[in-house]
Design a protein. Structure first.
Length: 391
């Protein structure tokens, strides 16, 4: 029975990390003023759009970038048609983008497509490279919002990655709440105290100086988390830009989201295993950043977190091992943090009542997510990158 207590206590300790990190950030933020040094010259933006068989969506993506309220001579749009078998390249060019066509069936996937493209564009002629997924449209003010964070050459930014279809299902409504909680509350808190925000793959803005110094070395199925770990260990600043918004489709059914969730979970675990040691040993970042990085990389996500806490609680209730009450308390204290973020995210939604009702699906979704997390363990390592299904 003591072994059960120890095992569940370890789980509770890992789940507690984000709450501990947020608490430290709140304490450090008290009395601190945010200062930002702007640049008088508009930065030169390079938009990279990796696309594999994206014929139905690529034109709307490119046109949203081409019609930004931003000088056309200060931005370039390059579509990377990666191993395409449809008219993605032709439609990208028709919409006004430059297009690089890559044919390498042995090495498919978004990370390798971006690495390949970076060797074929004039990176030195731009201040930052912005990664935009092909199923995405960007807000007209996106470019101006990114420019306000200038100078950009030696920093990394993460734009507000929002949900394009929040009303489609309970899943999409909950995803919109999570995005709002992160980008309007959690990530600004990190920025305020100089802690790096995580990268989310879509809407990453990587300074040309960062790429020249550190390159693109992320090739796992979670290239965004790998870049976050690599750049953080090197002391590179990663900030969020809440006003730079982009909108992408969220999976609206459990079946459609299965592959995506498995890839996220397995990729994040792979990055944690491979890079947490370098992060902890790094002399370029402080203790607060190390703790927050460990929390970000080990956090299973709010829904899996809830499912794990509930499952562990049932186990403790059934077996009643020594110290069960204290371990139960440790399991459920971090849930208060998740609930608080969900509530503040809910207040930002245009239809908060219907969105709140979407959370009645949460028990079913939590059980399903825990199952997909277990299945994803077989993908840990150098698994093949799989694109999320479009609709």
């Amino acid at each position: 029975m003591t072994i059960v207590t120890i095992m569940v206590a370890v789980i509770a300790a890992v789940l507690m990390l984000p709450a501990v990190s947020d608490s430290l950030c709140i304490v450090r933020s008290l009395g601190r003023r945010r200062t930002r040094r702007g640049s008088t010259e508009l930065p030169r933006l390079l938009f990279l759009v990796p696309a594999h068989d994206e014929e139905p969506l690529i034109e709307s993506c490119v046109r949203s970038i081409r019609t930004l309220r931003y000088p056309a001579d200060r931005s370039t749009v390059v579509v990377i048609a990666d191993n395409c078998t449809d008219r993605t390249a032709a439609r990208a060019r028709a919409a006004g983008a430059l297009c690089l066509e890559r044919h390498d069936p042995a090495c498919p996937g978004k990370p390798r497509a971006i690495a390949w493209a970076l060797t074929r564009v004039a990176l030195e002629s731009h201040d930052t490279a912005i990664i935009i997924d092909a199923d995405t449209v960007v807000d007209p003010g996106f470019g101006a919002a990114v420019a306000r964070a200038a100078p950009l050459n030696h920093k990394v930014l993460q734009a507000y990655f929002d949900v394009a279809n929040p009303r489609d299902s309970s899943l999409t409504r909950m995803a919109a709440v999570l995005a709002a909680a992160n980008f309007r509350f959690a990530y600004p808190l990190k920025r305020r105290v100089g802690v790096n925000a995580p990268l989310l793959g879509n809407g990453m803005c990587i300074g040309s100086g960062v790429l020249a110094t550190h390159g693109w070395k992320a090739f796992t199925i979670a290239e965004d988390w790998e870049l976050y770990a690599l750049y953080t260990a090197q002391g590179v600043s990663i900030e969020t830009v809440e006003d730079a918004r982009l909108f992408a489709q969220e999976a609206c059914s459990l079946r459609q989201s299965s592959t995506q969730r498995q890839r996220w979970t397995a990729g994040k675990l792979t990055v944690l295993i491979r890079h947490i040691g370098a992060l902890i040993r790094s002399r370029r970042v402080g203790l607060c950043q190390k703790l927050d990085s460990a929390a970000e990389l080990s956090a299973p996500g709010p829904v899996v977190h809830l499912a794990l806490a509930a499952s562990a609680s049932v186990l403790l209730w059934l077996l009643k091992p020594p110290g069960a009450a204290w371990v139960l308390l440790a399991l459920w204290i971090p849930i208060v943090r998740l609930a608080a973020y969900a509530l503040v995210g809910l207040t930002t939604q245009p239809d908060p009542i219907r969105t709140a009702l979407a959370f009645t699906f949460l028990p079913v979704y939590a059980a399903w997510r825990l199952g997909t997390a277990v299945i994803s363990l077989k993908m840990v390592g150098d698994a093949r990158w799989v694109r999320t299904a479009r609709h």
